[in-house]
Design a protein around this ligand. Structure first.
Ligand code: GLA
Length: 399
């Protein structure tokens, strides 16, 4: 009996030891990542300048926190197996860079891969997981994006658990962003391992296209949205469905950019900027710094939106917010403007997952049109024209 108790205590102890760091993503993480704009063409000056821009442009104040270095920062492993940054691109070293980013009140993220090589062909963490996590912790890293190239034969839950445990053993709270593209349905097993998991292949800056490469495709905004069906029940505070990094400011129209940003906020996806912050027009900045959209993304209740109604021309998405408020998004996927006349009272909105519901026959809500700046309430029909490739985004509060 005594032995059994000791064994049990050890097992419980081991289990506690292996937990992911909590409290790092109570709301979806916000930041920037180098990949969408720069791919492998990165260096320490770019990271410093991006941190500066994040502060100067008011993005830090708006809630963006992480400056994330994606693939290709790597140099070689030394004879003891420790990884070093590329000495030409990161001559001052990662610790100095982390110190700089921290001095701006921001956090630094890094990228690795569960396989022997990363997607960009750099050294991956396979067989070096504990060593790498310890190295990142010593440098002062705050965020690890962990990719899935070159992993043939590996178990995804096993490989991501190993990195989680390695981070725990390294002793520094580092957010673990899992990037297996949904190939192994990370949402089904990732909750206690990482803080977010990619749900799809990589994003591409277009509304509804699919770009085929040799072995994989990249997906436009709507293609990614459509692949979220059935996933909302897996997301919540500390563990989010990641729809990939943002393409706002990367070539889509203003309406498309606003819709893309609104959708990511409604879906409680991480908001990781992908554009070049050093040369961003005010039109893009004002989208990304929109406090009302960010407030939806960062809502404390942490409930992902769902599509509650589709009239064939427009989709209606609802997100229950804290304090009995709601966000409502009307999405026009199509090529024509659609005039909408929506009778609130005719649609009882009920969410099986969160058990939240609204009956507009019984309660009148005031609404605010976040992008359009208009106000109204649910006692009257909602009349609006929704432009092609755009959204109407409302925040509702009881009167
Ligand atoms: C994969 C990931 C991307 C990016 C690249 C880097 O494609 O999904 O987000 O990190 O690798 O090589």
């Amino acid at each position: 009996m005594k032995r059994l108790l000791i064994l049990l205590a050890l097992l419980v102890g081991a289990n506690v030891h292996a937990q992911k760091f909590d409290g790092l993503a109570n709301t979806p993480q916000m930041g920037w990542n180098s990949w969408n704009s720069f791919a492998c063409d990165i260096n320490e000056q770019l990271i410093r300048d991006t941190a500066d821009a994040m502060v100067k442009l008011g993005l830090k104040d708006a809630g963006y926190q992480y400056v994330n270095i994606d693939d290709c920062w790597h140099g070689q492993r030394d004879k003891d197996g420790f990884i070093h940054p590329d000495p030409q691109r990161f001559p001052s070293g990662m610790q100095a860079l982390a110190d700089y980013v921290h001095s701006k009140g921001l956090k630094l993220g890094i990228y690795s891969d569960a396989g022997a090589t990363t997607c960009g062909g750099k050294p991956g963490s396979r067989g070096h997981e504990y060593q790498d996590a310890k190295t990142y912790a010593d440098w002062g890293i705050d965020y690890v994006k962990y990719d899935w190239c070159d992993t043939k034969g590996l178990s995804a839950p096993g490989a991501y658990t190993t990195m989680r445990d390695a981070i725990r053993a390294a002793g520094r709270p580092m957010l673990l962003s899992m990037c297996e593209w949904g190939d192994n349905k990370a949402w089904e097993w990732g909750k206690d391992i990482g803080h977010s998991w990619r749900t799809t292949a990589d994003i591409y800056p277009c509304w509804n296209c699919e770009l085929n490469h040799d072995a994989f495709s990249r997906l436009g905004v709507l293609r990614i949205l459509d692949r979220q069906a059935g996933l909302r029940k897996y997301a919540g505070p500390g563990h989010w469905n990641d729809m990939d990094m943002l393409e706002v400011g990367m070539g889509m129209t203003g309406d498309e950019d606003r819709a893309h940003f609104s959708i990511w906020a409604m879906m409680a996806s991480p908001l990781i900027l992908g554009n070049d912050l050093r040369k961003m027009p005010e039109s893009t900045r004002s989208i990304l710094a929109n406090r009302d959209v960010i407030a939806i993304s960062q809502d404390q209740a942490g409930i992902q939106a769902w599509k509650f109604f589709d009239d064939g021309r427009l989709e209606y998405w609802a997100r229950p917010l804290a304090n009995n408020e709601w966000a409502l998004m009307v999405l026009n996927r199509g090529e024509q403007a659609v005039n909408l006349s929506y009778d609130w009272k005719a649609n009882f909105v009920s969410d099986e997952l969160s058990k939240r519901e609204v009956d507009f026959k019984k309660a009148v809500y005031g609404w605010r049109d976040i992008w359009g700046g208009k106000y109204g309430d649910t006692s009257k029909k909602l009349e609006a024209s929704v432009a092609p490739h755009s959204v109407l985004l409302l925040r509702l509060k009881t009167k």
